[in-house]
Ligand binder design. Structure first.
Ligand code: ATP
Ligand code: MG
Length: 637
């Protein structure tokens, strides 16, 4: 496969960005021309941010799986589409070529049809990271069913909420999942969830751990039995359902770090074009390379950059079942070594946690295949950025720090790897097609460089959210009503003297200390530079004199002998790096931080604790480890 729209130089990037602003429809039509359409569009774009209503490629007919599978069979049929590395390094890995993946997707599409699934039905997928998860996702897309993947670590209550919200009619799950040293009993969690979900008529259970499961007659069936049934029917071919460009492709619930999760809706054509364009350009993927994204398919990162982006580009995508620290903290590096991985895409939280283990697990691993590194999910602090650059990339590999959201469908602001001059801690410049603006509290656009503000986007892009499922008003009020005619991201942002963008954290995480606006990410970045600090989270709390005081929760790798002295040392580091104004007023040492299951710190919970509102912590169902909250509450200062 060749990528005629892959950017080749910084000038090329600048020209493409300019073109995308002066003639957005022409720009995206040129990209879209390289896909397979049953029927091309009548109009590239119609939009109105007030409603909001955004339509890309209206009138076009297509199916995303024909672009991810069918069109590659002729040239790439024998190339690995998915390489799968199991949780246990002793177990054999699996490789699925494009042809094999295509066959399996068609088979499972038949299974879904045999179980009564029709175009437009919502299907909840709750599985571990095995190839069958990708197969299930693609099989839904093939027949026009709308998938809602729920991360295989959520509780029964969180699943029930999501199934009810989407009114899903069928669930695809596994008996269990292996994650590190743990077995997660997925089917049993589903059984609990389904007590509150009358919309679900069928459950398909794929075998993985073979833990005993209850199988309800008439409702629950085994994946493997259903496949056999399809084989006895002679594997009838499954032509892809012809989808309208704006038909729903999937619903995905946000991670819930700022409140109750929202069912973000993405549609077929725009999402496909955007996931593909951003994959090929951000990572500068070259045909034949092995690409490894460590996210779970339960998050948008996995949707766009394990499944749809790479497969639509005919790439080889590596899926890993386990966790970075099992059997030891060298696992990512073993995988890079074993499969000669070229591109690695992971999260700052993973990098920070691996840094805490020192260089032992990195040394003696052959990482020479790596050409490109990426991060996503949170601002990356400078120390972690340099560690990634020097210890993993050996100073040779560009890092692309990609800022984007579930709602944006794909990467929005990021260096084009190896092309955009990088700056640690900066997501740098917008991708072609993306028009960021910074606004002040009154919604006035802040122009010029060297400024701080709330990050908004003023023009539509193909991968953007269309609605929140079943509640369009929530979509309007959350994203399109704060500032007129702008999509509001909820993130604070700095545009520096060079016009480079740096995300400073959520807007409600911007502190106002004695009239100075300070981003939580800035303070955390400084604290993390202090020797021995593994990770930190900073929130504001009411302060009589300063308006807001700074409360820091700090994980330290060393045993802190004299906590009071260490606190003073940390304050000294912050004062040196940012200035005395940013010195935390309170520092609490903790053993862990409350995180969402996608690894994001839930600052809203810490804020409540800092404010002393211990009984009113809000929705905590998406927390990874609720026990740390109890510890933090107990030792509150
Ligand atoms: P919810 O919307 O329910 O609170 P969430 O925002 O955590 O959940 P996501 O869509 O996964 O769910 O996360 C998007 C957010 O992650 C962004 O708005 C931003 O705050 C943060 N983020 C992602 N990538 C980066 C990055 N490279 N740099 C800084 N922040 C990032
Ligand atoms: Mg969000």
């Amino acid at each position: 496969m060749s990528y005629p729209y892959q950017l080749k130089s910084f000038d090329d990037y600048k020209q493409a960005w300019q073109h995308s602003v002066t003639d957005p429809e022409g720009f995206w039509a040129n990209v879209a021309d390289h896909f397979y359409w049953r029927r091309k569009w009548d109009k590239v774009l119609e939009w109105d941010f007030k409603q909001p209503e955004v339509k890309w490629f209206t009138g076009a007919k297509m199916n995303i799986t024909e672009n991810c599978l069918d069109r590659h069979l002729g040239t790439l049929g024998n190339q690995p589409a998915i390489i799968w590395e199991p949780n246990d390094p002793e177990e054999r890995h699996r490789v699925l070529t494009y042809r094999e993946l295509y066959n399996k997707v068609c088979q499972f599409a038949n299974v879904l049809k045999n179980n009564g699934v029709k175009k437009g039905d919502r299907i909840c997928i709750y599985m571990g990271m095995i190839p069958e998860l990708a197969i299930a996702v693609l099989a839904c897309a093939r027949i026009g069913a709308i998938h809602s993947v729920v991360f295989g670590g959520f509780s029964a209550q969180s699943i029930a909420d999501r199934i009810q919200d989407a009114q899903a009619s069928l669930v695809i799950t596994c008996d269990g999942a292996f994650r590190g040293a743990k077995d997660i009993p997925l089917k049993s969690v589903i059984d609990d969830a389904l007590m509150a979900c009358p919309s679900v008529k069928k459950v398909i259970v794929c075998t993985r751990t073979r833990t005993p499961v209850s199988m309800l007659k008439g409702r629950d069936v085994w994946w493997e039995d259903e496949i056999k049934a399809v084989e006895t029917q002679g594997n009838p071919p499954v032509p892809a359902e012809e989808m309208d460009a704006e038909d729903m492709l999937f619903i995905l619930y946000t991670s819930g770090s700022t409140g109750k999760p929202k069912g973000v809706v993405h549609t077929c054509a725009g999402y496909m074009v955007y996931a593909n364009y951003t994959f090929i350009n951000t990572f500068q993927y070259k045909p034949g390379q092995v690409y490894f994204c460590t996210a779970d398919i339960g998050w948008i990162t996995g949707h766009s950059y394990i499944v749809y982006g790479p497969l639509s580009a005919g790439a080889t995508t590596l899926m890993f079942e386990g966790v970075p620290t099992y059997p030891d903290a060298g696992r990512f590096w073993d995988i890079v070594d074993k499969f000669r991985v070229n591109i690695l895409y992971t999260a700052p939280t993973a990098i920070r946690s691996l840094m805490g283990f020192g260089l032992g697990p990195v040394n003696h691993k052959d990482l020479s295949s790596l050409t490109t590194l990426g991060t996503v999910g949170e601002p990356i602090n400078e120390e972690a950025w340099h560690w990634y650059k020097d210890q993993i990339g050996k100073g040779r590999c560009p890092i692309t720090d990609t800022w984007w959201q579930t709602e944006t469908g794909g990467v929005m602001i990021a260096p084009i790897a190896g092309i955009t001059p990088e700056k640690p801690g900066y997501a740098t410049l917008p991708l072609p097609g993306i028009q960021p603006v910074l606004v002040d509290e009154n919604g006035q656009e802040i122009t010029g460089n060297g400024v701080n503000g709330n990050l908004c986007i003023k023009f539509p892009w193909p991968g953007m959210i269309r609605t929140t499922y079943g509640d369009h008003e929530r979509c309007r009020t959350t994203y399109f009503s704060t500032y007129e005619n702008l999509y509001f991201t909820g993130d604070g942002c700095l545009r520096d003297e060079d016009g480079y963008y740096r995300i400073t954290g959520r807007v409600d995480d911007v502190l106002n200390v004695s009239g100075h606006r300070i981003g939580t990410a800035e303070v955390e970045n400084a604290i993390n530079m202090h020797a021995g600090v593994v990770e930190s989270a900073v929130v504001g709390y009411p302060h009589d004199i300063k308006g807001q005081g700074i409360y820091a929760f700090v994980i330290s790798e060393l045993h802190v002998k004299d906590p009071e002295l260490t606190k003073k040392d940390i304050m000294q580091t912050v004062a040196r790096i940012i200035g005395p104004i940013a010195k935390p007023d309170k520092i609490q040492f903790v053993s862990g931080l409350p995180k969402t299951r996608s690894g994001k710190i839930m600052r809203r919970i810490l804020r409540k604790i800092a404010e002393g509102e211990l009984d009113n912590l809000g929705d905590t169902t998406t927390l990874l480890d609720p026990a740390v909250v109890e510890e933090i509450k107990r030792n509150r200062i």
